[in-house]
Design a protein around this ligand. Structure first.
Ligand code: ZN
Length: 387
């Protein structure tokens, strides 16, 4: 078998399949890049296709909505960097992702949009669209974003975005002047809006949801904190069922107890596990950059010189293991928050679920939730190397 074209032939995968939010014994049949059939229990041997793969756990491929960089490169105007990240993700079960551009000067964006036309999506996880995080953010909640670019962000820059087809997601602060109007315009264009890096009051945040925002960016981080008389963006995110929270379960951006709080308040259908990973991910401690700023990376975190977090070095498979270890969710429920939930947010009904007709984007896991193999559009890459 040529491993790269495994699914051109009828193939069965047997194991514990993620069906809905539960892992159940079953057999998945795929051909020509698509899932053609899901059978609960095991197919009788006489009915099996010629190619059979056995795995402990079979889930849809993971979808990461927030990736700034990885494997030594940053998301930017160079298509080879996108390709490098896409290929690297095959070691971690990720089959689709949103290249995420942090706040940059206005002249940074046109080359990134031009890059989008030139990326090679043939051999790795599929970049589904850009996530533009900033510059329409709160100066008070800038995190590692460049203040001068936030202050310089113009209506002309925003207007230029509305002509792009490459944008899938925009993170902005609803309380900025014109913020609600920007949300409406993006939603009208079919772009998902996430509220984040925001100094909004509870009421201002809810107004952003009323205007059409359906996601909150990295819950707890760079947003107004909980006060029982002035509940702010965190409480708005936790209590409003229209909004899905992006959550970075690395134990640094959010303490394990706050992960349990988020799951208790939102339920597993309204949390999307994201990494917010930056260039050092997959490489280890050292000095790296995030949008021209120097970042020091140790074993667990990535920070500016003043200690501000500058993205994470978390991978999606580790995020799944962390959520299972730190909360009461099952492995199936944790996988749901990294597959079906982000797919639904993006309006993508071909991804995120093991159902007939879906793309054969599949991650195979061992019992300890380490990735054994990642399959994208029916292409197998052989055993995962980095797990
Ligand atoms: Zn951020």
């Amino acid at each position: 078998i040529n491993p790269h074209y495994l699914f051109n032939t009828l193939t069965a995968i047997r194991g514990s399949l993620l069906l809905g939010t539960r892992l159940e014994p079953g057999t998945l049949v795929a051909e020509a890049g698509r899932i053609t059939r899901i059978v609960r229990g095991h197919l009788p041997d006489g009915n099996l296709p010629p190619t059979i793969i056995d795995a402990d756990i079979v889930s849809p491929g993971l979808i990461d909505l927030q990736v700034n960089g990885a494997f030594g490169v940053e998301v930017g105007p160079n298509p080879a960097d996108i390709d490098r990240i896409s290929r690297g993700f095959l070691a971690y079960g990720v089959t689709a992702w949103l290249p995420t551009v942090v706040t940059a000067p206005a002249d940074f964006y046109p080359p990134v949009f031009a890059m989008w036309e030139r990326i090679d999506t043939a051999a790795g996880a599929v970049p589904l669209g850009l996530h533009l995080e900033g510059p329409f953010l709160s100066p008070q909640k800038k995190g590692a974003h460049r203040l001068e670019c936030i202050e310089a962000a113009s209506d002309d820059l925003f207007a230029s975005w509305l002509e792009q087809d490459s944008i899938a997601l925009v993170t902005l602060a609803p309380e900025r002047e014109g913020g609600l109007d920007r949300i409406r315009q993006l939603v009208d264009r079919g772009i998902l809006v996430s509220l984040g890096h925001t100094n909004a009051t509870y009421e201002e945040f809810i107004a952003g949801i009323d205007a059409g925002a359906r996601k909150a960016t990295h819950l707890y981080n760079a947003m107004t904190a909980i006060h029982h008389r002035a509940p702010g963006a965190m409480v708005a995110t936790l209590v409003d069922k229209r909004v899905t929270a992006g959550l970075i379960p690395d134990g640094i951006h959010s303490h394990p107890a706050t992960i349990r709080l988020a799951i208790a308040a939102k339920g597993i259908d309204r949390i999307a596990i994201v990494t917010d990973m930056m260039a050092a991910t997959g490489l280890g401690p050292g000095t790296y950059t995030l949008a021209t700023r120097q970042v020091t990376v140790d074993d667990t975190s990535a920070r500016l010189d003043d200690g501000t977090l500058a993205g994470s070095i978390l991978t999606m498979d580790q995020a799944i293991r962390n959520v299972v270890a730190w909360s009461e969710v099952t492995p199936g429920e944790a996988l749901h928050m990294a597959t079906a939930v982000p797919a639904r947010l993006l309006g993508d009904d071909r991804r995120g679920q093991l159902v007939a007709g879906a793309r054969a984007d599949i991650a195979l896991w061992d019992r300890s939730l380490h990735v054994v193999e990642t399959i994208v559009g029916g292409r197998s890459t052989g055993a995962a190397s980095g797990a």
